[in-house]
Design a binder for this molecule. Structure first.
Ligand code: NAD
Length: 495
Protein backbone atom coordinates (compact mmCIF):
# COMPACT_ATOMS: atom_id res chain seq x y z
CA UNK A 1 0.00 0.00 0.00
CA UNK A 2 1.32 3.45 -0.92
CA UNK A 3 1.11 6.01 1.88
CA UNK A 4 -0.68 9.25 1.11
CA UNK A 5 1.49 11.84 -0.65
CA UNK A 6 1.60 15.20 1.17
CA UNK A 7 2.52 17.26 -1.91
CA UNK A 8 -0.40 17.44 -4.33
CA UNK A 9 -0.95 19.50 -7.48
CA UNK A 10 2.23 21.13 -8.73
CA UNK A 11 2.98 23.95 -6.25
CA UNK A 12 5.38 26.74 -7.11
CA UNK A 13 8.01 26.97 -4.39
CA UNK A 14 8.47 30.53 -3.17
CA UNK A 15 11.30 32.17 -1.31
CA UNK A 16 10.85 32.98 2.37
CA UNK A 17 12.29 36.45 2.91
CA UNK A 18 11.67 38.75 5.86
CA UNK A 19 8.81 36.58 7.07
CA UNK A 20 6.98 36.71 3.72
CA UNK A 21 6.52 34.14 0.97
CA UNK A 22 7.84 35.86 -2.14
CA UNK A 23 7.54 34.69 -5.74
CA UNK A 24 10.90 34.70 -7.51
CA UNK A 25 11.53 36.40 -10.84
CA UNK A 26 14.09 33.73 -11.73
CA UNK A 27 13.86 30.88 -14.18
CA UNK A 28 11.57 28.02 -13.06
CA UNK A 29 12.67 24.36 -12.93
CA UNK A 30 10.79 21.11 -12.36
CA UNK A 31 11.04 19.17 -9.11
CA UNK A 32 10.65 15.51 -10.01
CA UNK A 33 9.60 12.58 -7.83
CA UNK A 34 12.22 10.07 -8.98
CA UNK A 35 10.17 6.96 -8.19
CA UNK A 36 7.15 7.92 -10.30
CA UNK A 37 9.19 10.13 -12.59
CA UNK A 38 6.60 12.87 -12.50
CA UNK A 39 6.78 16.60 -11.78
CA UNK A 40 5.57 17.37 -8.25
CA UNK A 41 6.54 21.05 -7.92
CA UNK A 42 8.24 23.98 -9.61
CA UNK A 43 11.26 25.67 -8.07
CA UNK A 44 12.79 29.04 -8.94
CA UNK A 45 16.43 29.64 -9.68
CA UNK A 46 16.55 32.91 -7.80
CA UNK A 47 18.40 35.99 -8.95
CA UNK A 48 21.19 38.03 -7.38
CA UNK A 49 18.67 40.73 -6.36
CA UNK A 50 16.69 38.12 -4.46
CA UNK A 51 19.64 36.79 -2.47
CA UNK A 52 20.63 40.41 -1.79
CA UNK A 53 17.11 41.12 -0.49
CA UNK A 54 17.30 38.12 1.86
CA UNK A 55 20.69 39.17 3.23
CA UNK A 56 19.36 42.72 3.68
CA UNK A 57 16.34 41.38 5.65
CA UNK A 58 18.58 39.18 7.79
CA UNK A 59 20.94 42.07 8.46
CA UNK A 60 18.05 44.31 9.48
CA UNK A 61 16.64 41.63 11.82
CA UNK A 62 19.99 40.99 13.51
CA UNK A 63 20.23 43.88 16.05
CA UNK A 64 16.89 43.04 17.71
CA UNK A 65 17.34 39.29 17.50
CA UNK A 66 20.78 39.56 19.01
CA UNK A 67 19.29 41.52 21.94
CA UNK A 68 16.50 38.97 22.39
CA UNK A 69 17.56 36.97 25.44
CA UNK A 70 18.93 33.46 24.88
CA UNK A 71 16.01 32.13 26.95
CA UNK A 72 13.49 33.84 24.65
CA UNK A 73 15.36 32.65 21.54
CA UNK A 74 15.27 29.13 22.97
CA UNK A 75 11.49 29.41 23.40
CA UNK A 76 11.11 29.94 19.63
CA UNK A 77 13.19 26.79 19.11
CA UNK A 78 11.10 24.83 21.62
CA UNK A 79 7.98 25.83 19.65
CA UNK A 80 9.66 24.82 16.40
CA UNK A 81 10.58 21.44 17.92
CA UNK A 82 6.94 20.88 18.97
CA UNK A 83 5.65 21.82 15.51
CA UNK A 84 8.18 19.52 13.83
CA UNK A 85 6.99 16.67 16.07
CA UNK A 86 3.36 17.42 15.17
CA UNK A 87 4.24 17.33 11.46
CA UNK A 88 6.70 14.45 11.79
CA UNK A 89 4.94 12.07 9.41
CA UNK A 90 4.09 14.77 6.87
CA UNK A 91 7.65 16.14 6.60
CA UNK A 92 9.01 12.58 6.39
CA UNK A 93 6.73 11.77 3.47
CA UNK A 94 7.76 14.99 1.72
CA UNK A 95 11.37 13.79 1.85
CA UNK A 96 10.43 10.48 0.25
CA UNK A 97 8.37 12.23 -2.41
CA UNK A 98 11.07 14.67 -3.43
CA UNK A 99 14.16 12.53 -2.87
CA UNK A 100 13.06 8.90 -3.29
CA UNK A 101 14.43 7.44 -0.04
CA UNK A 102 12.25 4.94 1.84
CA UNK A 103 9.78 6.26 4.37
CA UNK A 104 11.76 4.65 7.21
CA UNK A 105 14.92 6.40 6.03
CA UNK A 106 12.97 9.66 5.89
CA UNK A 107 11.65 9.15 9.41
CA UNK A 108 15.23 8.58 10.57
CA UNK A 109 16.29 11.78 8.81
CA UNK A 110 13.47 13.74 10.43
CA UNK A 111 14.43 12.45 13.87
CA UNK A 112 18.08 13.36 13.36
CA UNK A 113 17.12 16.83 12.15
CA UNK A 114 14.82 17.49 15.12
CA UNK A 115 17.56 16.38 17.51
CA UNK A 116 19.62 19.38 16.40
CA UNK A 117 16.73 21.70 17.26
CA UNK A 118 16.51 19.99 20.67
CA UNK A 119 20.22 20.51 21.35
CA UNK A 120 20.02 24.16 20.30
CA UNK A 121 17.18 24.64 22.83
CA UNK A 122 19.92 24.38 25.48
CA UNK A 123 21.48 27.63 24.28
CA UNK A 124 21.38 29.47 27.65
CA UNK A 125 23.91 26.99 29.02
CA UNK A 126 25.64 26.04 25.76
CA UNK A 127 26.54 29.64 24.99
CA UNK A 128 28.08 30.39 28.37
CA UNK A 129 31.62 31.65 28.47
CA UNK A 130 34.05 31.25 31.36
CA UNK A 131 35.93 33.41 33.82
CA UNK A 132 38.79 33.60 36.27
CA UNK A 133 38.87 35.88 39.24
CA UNK A 134 42.18 37.52 40.20
CA UNK A 135 44.26 36.93 37.10
CA UNK A 136 46.34 39.61 38.86
CA UNK A 137 45.52 41.27 42.16
CA UNK A 138 42.05 42.80 41.89
CA UNK A 139 41.74 42.00 38.18
CA UNK A 140 39.24 39.54 36.69
CA UNK A 141 39.09 38.09 33.22
CA UNK A 142 36.16 36.51 31.39
CA UNK A 143 35.12 35.27 27.99
CA UNK A 144 31.74 35.94 26.45
CA UNK A 145 30.35 34.53 23.20
CA UNK A 146 28.63 36.90 20.81
CA UNK A 147 26.85 36.34 17.48
CA UNK A 148 28.35 37.75 14.30
CA UNK A 149 25.40 38.69 12.06
CA UNK A 150 24.24 36.88 8.93
CA UNK A 151 25.26 33.34 7.89
CA UNK A 152 24.66 31.47 4.63
CA UNK A 153 23.71 27.80 4.85
CA UNK A 154 23.98 25.68 1.70
CA UNK A 155 22.67 22.13 1.47
CA UNK A 156 23.17 19.08 -0.79
CA UNK A 157 20.44 16.96 -2.36
CA UNK A 158 20.80 13.79 -0.31
CA UNK A 159 19.37 14.90 3.07
CA UNK A 160 16.96 17.70 2.14
CA UNK A 161 15.43 18.01 5.61
CA UNK A 162 18.24 17.26 8.06
CA UNK A 163 21.42 18.83 6.75
CA UNK A 164 20.47 22.53 6.97
CA UNK A 165 19.41 21.69 10.55
CA UNK A 166 23.01 20.70 11.37
CA UNK A 167 23.67 24.46 11.34
CA UNK A 168 20.59 26.70 11.28
CA UNK A 169 19.24 26.02 14.81
CA UNK A 170 22.65 26.79 16.36
CA UNK A 171 23.09 29.91 14.22
CA UNK A 172 19.78 31.43 15.28
CA UNK A 173 20.01 30.18 18.88
CA UNK A 174 23.27 32.10 19.28
CA UNK A 175 21.58 35.26 17.94
CA UNK A 176 22.57 35.24 14.27
CA UNK A 177 20.20 35.38 11.29
CA UNK A 178 20.37 32.88 8.43
CA UNK A 179 19.76 32.58 4.72
CA UNK A 180 19.36 28.94 3.67
CA UNK A 181 19.80 27.71 0.12
CA UNK A 182 18.49 24.17 -0.28
CA UNK A 183 19.52 22.01 -3.21
CA UNK A 184 17.20 23.01 -6.07
CA UNK A 185 16.60 19.30 -6.72
CA UNK A 186 14.85 18.93 -3.35
CA UNK A 187 13.49 22.29 -2.14
CA UNK A 188 10.24 21.08 -0.54
CA UNK A 189 11.51 19.95 2.86
CA UNK A 190 13.06 23.35 3.60
CA UNK A 191 9.86 25.02 2.42
CA UNK A 192 7.92 22.95 5.00
CA UNK A 193 10.42 23.81 7.75
CA UNK A 194 10.17 27.52 6.92
CA UNK A 195 6.36 27.31 7.21
CA UNK A 196 6.82 25.92 10.73
CA UNK A 197 9.50 28.49 11.57
CA UNK A 198 6.96 31.15 10.65
CA UNK A 199 4.31 29.52 12.85
CA UNK A 200 6.79 29.15 15.73
CA UNK A 201 7.00 32.94 15.99
CA UNK A 202 10.56 33.72 14.91
CA UNK A 203 10.69 37.43 14.04
CA UNK A 204 10.73 38.27 10.31
CA UNK A 205 14.19 38.16 8.75
CA UNK A 206 15.77 35.78 11.27
CA UNK A 207 15.27 32.66 9.12
CA UNK A 208 15.19 33.12 5.33
CA UNK A 209 15.15 30.60 2.48
CA UNK A 210 16.24 31.46 -1.05
CA UNK A 211 15.95 28.74 -3.68
CA UNK A 212 18.28 28.37 -6.60
CA UNK A 213 21.75 27.40 -7.71
CA UNK A 214 25.11 29.01 -8.34
CA UNK A 215 23.81 32.58 -8.57
CA UNK A 216 22.51 32.32 -5.01
CA UNK A 217 25.71 30.65 -3.74
CA UNK A 218 27.89 33.24 -5.49
CA UNK A 219 25.65 36.00 -4.14
CA UNK A 220 26.34 34.69 -0.63
CA UNK A 221 30.07 34.31 -1.22
CA UNK A 222 30.38 37.83 -2.62
CA UNK A 223 28.14 39.53 -0.10
CA UNK A 224 30.06 41.65 2.44
CA UNK A 225 27.29 41.22 5.03
CA UNK A 226 27.48 37.43 5.07
CA UNK A 227 29.93 36.65 7.86
CA UNK A 228 30.27 32.94 7.29
CA UNK A 229 29.08 29.92 5.34
CA UNK A 230 28.12 26.43 6.49
CA UNK A 231 28.23 24.22 3.40
CA UNK A 232 27.65 20.51 2.84
CA UNK A 233 28.08 18.96 -0.62
CA UNK A 234 30.61 17.40 -2.96
CA UNK A 235 34.37 17.87 -2.55
CA UNK A 236 34.92 19.93 -5.72
CA UNK A 237 32.31 22.47 -4.59
CA UNK A 238 33.42 22.36 -0.94
CA UNK A 239 37.08 22.88 -1.72
CA UNK A 240 37.37 24.83 -4.96
CA UNK A 241 34.31 27.05 -4.61
CA UNK A 242 33.29 27.46 -0.97
CA UNK A 243 36.51 27.08 1.02
CA UNK A 244 38.64 28.98 -1.47
CA UNK A 245 36.22 31.87 -1.89
CA UNK A 246 35.57 32.19 1.84
CA UNK A 247 39.33 32.44 2.34
CA UNK A 248 39.54 35.17 -0.28
CA UNK A 249 36.71 37.18 1.23
CA UNK A 250 37.56 36.59 4.90
CA UNK A 251 34.45 34.62 5.84
CA UNK A 252 34.49 31.84 8.39
CA UNK A 253 33.60 28.53 6.84
CA UNK A 254 32.52 24.98 7.40
CA UNK A 255 32.83 23.01 4.13
CA UNK A 256 31.91 19.33 4.36
CA UNK A 257 32.71 17.33 1.25
CA UNK A 258 32.42 13.88 -0.31
CA UNK A 259 33.56 10.44 0.80
CA UNK A 260 34.74 6.95 -0.06
CA UNK A 261 34.20 4.93 3.09
CA UNK A 262 35.88 1.61 3.83
CA UNK A 263 34.14 -1.07 5.87
CA UNK A 264 36.93 -3.30 7.22
CA UNK A 265 35.92 -6.87 8.11
CA UNK A 266 38.16 -8.84 10.46
CA UNK A 267 37.91 -12.64 10.42
CA UNK A 268 36.64 -12.55 14.03
CA UNK A 269 33.63 -10.33 13.14
CA UNK A 270 30.13 -11.47 14.07
CA UNK A 271 28.93 -12.46 10.60
CA UNK A 272 25.17 -12.17 11.04
CA UNK A 273 25.20 -8.75 12.70
CA UNK A 274 27.89 -7.47 10.33
CA UNK A 275 26.05 -8.49 7.16
CA UNK A 276 22.86 -6.81 8.41
CA UNK A 277 24.81 -3.64 9.19
CA UNK A 278 26.49 -3.66 5.77
CA UNK A 279 23.16 -3.76 3.93
CA UNK A 280 22.05 -0.43 5.38
CA UNK A 281 25.54 1.00 5.11
CA UNK A 282 26.05 0.26 1.40
CA UNK A 283 22.50 0.25 0.09
CA UNK A 284 20.55 2.45 2.54
CA UNK A 285 19.51 5.79 1.03
CA UNK A 286 20.41 4.04 -2.27
CA UNK A 287 24.09 4.56 -1.48
CA UNK A 288 23.59 8.33 -1.52
CA UNK A 289 25.04 9.09 1.91
CA UNK A 290 28.36 10.67 2.70
CA UNK A 291 28.60 7.93 5.35
CA UNK A 292 27.66 5.05 3.03
CA UNK A 293 29.98 2.08 2.83
CA UNK A 294 31.73 2.13 -0.56
CA UNK A 295 34.64 -0.31 -0.27
CA UNK A 296 34.27 -3.60 1.62
CA UNK A 297 37.72 -4.64 2.76
CA UNK A 298 37.99 -8.23 3.99
CA UNK A 299 41.06 -8.93 6.08
CA UNK A 300 42.98 -12.24 6.23
CA UNK A 301 43.99 -15.01 3.88
CA UNK A 302 41.32 -17.50 4.89
CA UNK A 303 39.45 -18.21 1.63
CA UNK A 304 36.81 -20.21 3.43
CA UNK A 305 35.89 -17.22 5.61
CA UNK A 306 35.97 -14.90 2.59
CA UNK A 307 33.71 -17.14 0.50
CA UNK A 308 31.12 -17.81 3.18
CA UNK A 309 31.06 -14.12 4.18
CA UNK A 310 30.63 -12.97 0.58
CA UNK A 311 27.90 -15.59 -0.04
CA UNK A 312 25.96 -14.15 2.88
CA UNK A 313 26.49 -10.55 1.67
CA UNK A 314 25.52 -11.26 -1.95
CA UNK A 315 22.53 -13.39 -1.01
CA UNK A 316 21.13 -10.76 1.40
CA UNK A 317 21.73 -7.92 -1.08
CA UNK A 318 20.01 -9.85 -3.89
CA UNK A 319 16.81 -9.96 -1.81
CA UNK A 320 16.54 -6.20 -1.20
CA UNK A 321 13.13 -4.93 -2.32
CA UNK A 322 13.52 -1.95 -4.65
CA UNK A 323 10.58 0.39 -5.27
CA UNK A 324 8.72 3.56 -4.26
CA UNK A 325 9.69 4.53 -0.72
CA UNK A 326 6.12 5.40 0.28
CA UNK A 327 5.39 1.66 0.10
CA UNK A 328 6.41 0.55 3.62
CA UNK A 329 7.61 -2.87 2.38
CA UNK A 330 10.22 -1.28 0.10
CA UNK A 331 13.84 -1.38 1.34
CA UNK A 332 15.59 0.72 -1.30
CA UNK A 333 14.33 3.64 -3.37
CA UNK A 334 15.57 5.10 -6.69
CA UNK A 335 18.60 7.30 -7.34
CA UNK A 336 17.63 10.99 -7.03
CA UNK A 337 17.43 11.46 -10.81
CA UNK A 338 18.11 9.98 -14.21
CA UNK A 339 21.52 11.65 -14.56
CA UNK A 340 22.67 10.20 -11.22
CA UNK A 341 21.55 6.73 -12.30
CA UNK A 342 23.44 7.13 -15.59
CA UNK A 343 26.56 8.20 -13.67
CA UNK A 344 26.38 5.08 -11.48
CA UNK A 345 25.92 2.90 -14.58
CA UNK A 346 29.06 4.45 -16.07
CA UNK A 347 30.93 3.41 -12.91
CA UNK A 348 29.53 -0.14 -13.21
CA UNK A 349 30.73 -0.27 -16.82
CA UNK A 350 34.14 1.07 -15.85
CA UNK A 351 34.43 -1.60 -13.10
CA UNK A 352 33.80 -4.32 -15.66
CA UNK A 353 36.22 -2.71 -18.14
CA UNK A 354 38.94 -2.42 -15.49
CA UNK A 355 38.74 -6.14 -14.72
CA UNK A 356 36.69 -6.35 -11.51
CA UNK A 357 34.30 -9.31 -11.21
CA UNK A 358 30.62 -8.33 -11.04
CA UNK A 359 28.95 -10.59 -8.50
CA UNK A 360 25.58 -8.84 -8.37
CA UNK A 361 24.44 -6.57 -11.21
CA UNK A 362 22.10 -3.80 -10.11
CA UNK A 363 21.15 -3.07 -13.72
CA UNK A 364 19.18 -6.33 -13.78
CA UNK A 365 16.93 -5.65 -10.79
CA UNK A 366 13.16 -5.46 -11.07
CA UNK A 367 11.28 -2.54 -9.56
CA UNK A 368 8.29 -3.62 -7.46
CA UNK A 369 4.98 -1.84 -8.02
CA UNK A 370 5.28 -1.25 -11.76
CA UNK A 371 7.01 2.15 -11.51
CA UNK A 372 9.07 3.41 -14.46
CA UNK A 373 12.66 2.24 -13.99
CA UNK A 374 14.05 5.64 -15.11
CA UNK A 375 15.90 6.34 -11.84
CA UNK A 376 15.99 2.88 -10.29
CA UNK A 377 18.98 0.57 -9.94
CA UNK A 378 19.39 -2.46 -7.70
CA UNK A 379 22.41 -3.13 -5.49
CA UNK A 380 25.64 -4.04 -7.31
CA UNK A 381 28.61 -5.94 -5.89
CA UNK A 382 32.07 -6.11 -7.46
CA UNK A 383 34.80 -8.49 -6.25
CA UNK A 384 38.53 -8.44 -7.03
CA UNK A 385 38.61 -4.65 -6.87
CA UNK A 386 41.93 -2.88 -6.34
CA UNK A 387 42.30 0.55 -4.74
CA UNK A 388 43.64 2.14 -7.93
CA UNK A 389 40.63 1.46 -10.22
CA UNK A 390 37.86 4.03 -10.48
CA UNK A 391 35.23 2.04 -8.57
CA UNK A 392 37.74 1.49 -5.76
CA UNK A 393 38.97 5.06 -5.47
CA UNK A 394 36.30 7.57 -6.57
CA UNK A 395 33.02 8.50 -4.88
CA UNK A 396 30.25 6.71 -6.83
CA UNK A 397 27.35 7.88 -4.64
CA UNK A 398 25.13 4.95 -5.54
CA UNK A 399 24.37 1.37 -4.43
CA UNK A 400 27.66 -0.19 -5.48
CA UNK A 401 29.91 -2.28 -3.21
CA UNK A 402 33.55 -2.72 -4.23
CA UNK A 403 35.11 -5.69 -2.45
CA UNK A 404 38.86 -5.80 -1.76
CA UNK A 405 41.11 -7.99 0.35
CA UNK A 406 44.00 -7.16 2.70
CA UNK A 407 46.54 -9.57 4.21
CA UNK A 408 46.28 -8.15 7.70
CA UNK A 409 45.02 -5.16 9.71
CA UNK A 410 48.18 -3.13 8.99
CA UNK A 411 47.65 -3.44 5.27
CA UNK A 412 43.94 -2.68 5.66
CA UNK A 413 44.64 0.55 7.58
CA UNK A 414 47.23 1.59 4.99
CA UNK A 415 44.71 1.03 2.18
CA UNK A 416 42.06 3.12 3.96
CA UNK A 417 44.52 5.90 4.74
CA UNK A 418 45.85 6.00 1.17
CA UNK A 419 42.42 7.09 -0.07
CA UNK A 420 42.11 10.91 -0.25
CA UNK A 421 38.76 10.97 1.60
CA UNK A 422 38.34 10.49 5.36
CA UNK A 423 34.69 10.67 6.32
CA UNK A 424 33.33 7.47 7.90
CA UNK A 425 35.51 4.35 7.89
CA UNK A 426 34.49 1.42 10.12
CA UNK A 427 35.87 -1.86 11.45
CA UNK A 428 33.89 -4.98 12.29
CA UNK A 429 35.62 -7.21 14.83
CA UNK A 430 35.25 -8.91 18.20
CA UNK A 431 38.80 -7.90 19.17
CA UNK A 432 39.22 -4.80 21.31
CA UNK A 433 42.89 -4.69 20.33
CA UNK A 434 42.10 -4.54 16.59
CA UNK A 435 39.38 -1.96 17.20
CA UNK A 436 41.69 0.27 19.21
CA UNK A 437 44.49 0.00 16.68
CA UNK A 438 42.04 0.96 13.93
CA UNK A 439 40.61 3.90 15.88
CA UNK A 440 44.13 5.11 16.71
CA UNK A 441 45.61 5.03 13.21
CA UNK A 442 42.73 5.61 10.81
CA UNK A 443 42.54 9.03 9.13
CA UNK A 444 38.77 9.38 9.23
CA UNK A 445 36.76 12.05 11.02
CA UNK A 446 34.00 9.61 12.03
CA UNK A 447 35.02 6.07 12.96
CA UNK A 448 32.72 3.06 13.34
CA UNK A 449 33.41 0.03 15.52
CA UNK A 450 30.83 -2.58 14.57
CA UNK A 451 28.71 0.33 13.24
CA UNK A 452 28.16 0.72 9.50
CA UNK A 453 26.80 4.28 9.33
CA UNK A 454 28.86 6.48 11.63
CA UNK A 455 26.42 9.37 11.96
CA UNK A 456 27.30 11.46 15.04
CA UNK A 457 24.45 12.48 17.31
CA UNK A 458 23.51 16.17 17.36
CA UNK A 459 25.53 16.81 20.54
CA UNK A 460 28.74 15.59 18.83
CA UNK A 461 30.39 17.33 15.87
CA UNK A 462 29.83 15.93 12.38
CA UNK A 463 33.48 15.41 11.67
CA UNK A 464 35.49 14.61 8.53
CA UNK A 465 39.14 14.65 7.48
CA UNK A 466 41.29 15.16 4.39
CA UNK A 467 39.20 15.73 1.23
CA UNK A 468 35.98 15.18 3.18
CA UNK A 469 36.23 18.37 5.21
CA UNK A 470 37.66 21.88 4.86
CA UNK A 471 37.70 24.10 7.91
CA UNK A 472 38.31 23.70 11.64
CA UNK A 473 35.03 23.75 13.54
CA UNK A 474 32.25 21.39 12.45
CA UNK A 475 28.46 21.42 12.27
CA UNK A 476 26.36 20.23 15.26
CA UNK A 477 26.64 20.65 19.01
CA UNK A 478 29.30 22.65 20.83
CA UNK A 479 31.46 23.12 17.73
CA UNK A 480 28.55 24.77 15.91
CA UNK A 481 28.04 27.10 18.88
CA UNK A 482 31.68 28.12 18.63
CA UNK A 483 31.49 28.52 14.85
CA UNK A 484 28.51 30.84 15.09
CA UNK A 485 29.99 33.06 17.83
CA UNK A 486 32.94 35.34 18.39
CA UNK A 487 34.91 34.84 21.60
CA UNK A 488 35.28 38.21 23.31
CA UNK A 489 37.66 38.43 26.26
CA UNK A 490 37.16 41.11 28.90
CA UNK A 491 39.75 42.03 31.53
CA UNK A 492 38.42 44.29 34.26
CA UNK A 493 39.79 46.26 37.16
CA UNK A 494 37.69 48.57 39.34
CA UNK A 495 39.68 51.25 41.09
P1 NAD B 1 27.00 19.55 -4.83
O1 NAD B 1 28.34 19.96 -4.41
O2 NAD B 1 26.74 19.30 -6.27
O3 NAD B 1 25.91 20.65 -4.39
C1 NAD B 1 25.82 21.10 -3.05
C2 NAD B 1 25.26 22.52 -3.04
O4 NAD B 1 26.17 23.40 -3.72
C3 NAD B 1 23.92 22.63 -3.77
O5 NAD B 1 23.09 23.48 -3.03
C4 NAD B 1 24.30 23.22 -5.14
O6 NAD B 1 23.27 24.02 -5.66
C5 NAD B 1 25.54 24.04 -4.83
N1 NAD B 1 26.54 24.02 -5.93
C6 NAD B 1 26.91 22.95 -6.67
N2 NAD B 1 27.89 23.29 -7.51
C7 NAD B 1 28.15 24.61 -7.31
C8 NAD B 1 29.06 25.54 -7.89
N3 NAD B 1 29.92 25.18 -8.84
N4 NAD B 1 29.05 26.80 -7.44
C9 NAD B 1 28.22 27.18 -6.45
N5 NAD B 1 27.32 26.33 -5.88
C10 NAD B 1 27.29 25.06 -6.29
O7 NAD B 1 26.61 18.26 -3.96
P2 NAD B 1 25.31 17.34 -4.11
O8 NAD B 1 25.42 16.51 -5.35
O9 NAD B 1 24.08 18.14 -3.90
O10 NAD B 1 25.47 16.40 -2.82
C11 NAD B 1 26.16 15.19 -2.82
C12 NAD B 1 27.55 15.36 -2.27
O11 NAD B 1 27.49 15.86 -0.94
C13 NAD B 1 28.32 14.04 -2.17
O12 NAD B 1 29.63 14.26 -2.59
C14 NAD B 1 28.27 13.72 -0.69
O13 NAD B 1 29.31 12.90 -0.23
C15 NAD B 1 28.32 15.09 -0.08
N6 NAD B 1 27.80 15.11 1.27
C16 NAD B 1 28.69 15.31 2.28
C17 NAD B 1 28.26 15.29 3.59
C18 NAD B 1 29.20 15.48 4.72
O14 NAD B 1 28.76 15.68 5.84
N7 NAD B 1 30.50 15.44 4.50
C19 NAD B 1 26.88 15.08 3.86
C20 NAD B 1 26.01 14.91 2.78
C21 NAD B 1 26.48 14.93 1.50
Amino acid sequence: MILEEPITGVPLVKNFIDGEWVESKGEIKDVVNPAKYEVIAKVPISTKDEIDAAVEAAKAAFPDWRRTTPVARARCLFRLKELLEEHFEEVSRVQTQEHGKTIDESRGETRRGIENVEVACGIPTLMMGYNLEDIATGIDEYLIRQPLGVFGIIGPFNFPFMIPLWSAPYAVATGNCVVIKPSSEVPLSQMKIAELVDEAGFPPGVWNVVNGGRTVVNGMLDHPDIRGIAFVGSTPTAKDVIYRRCGETGKRVIAQGGAKNFMVIMPDANVRATVASLMTSFFGNTGQRCLSGANLLIVGQDDEFYNSFMDAVADTASRIIVGYGLDESVQMGPLRDKEKKEKVIRYIESGIAEGAKIRLDGRKFKVTGGYPDTCFLGPSIFEDVTPDVKIGSEEIFGPVMSVMRAKNLDEAIEMCNANPFGNGHAIFTSSGKSAREFQYRITSGNVGINIGIVAPMAFFPFSGMKDSFFGILHTQGQEAIRFFTESKVVIQRWL
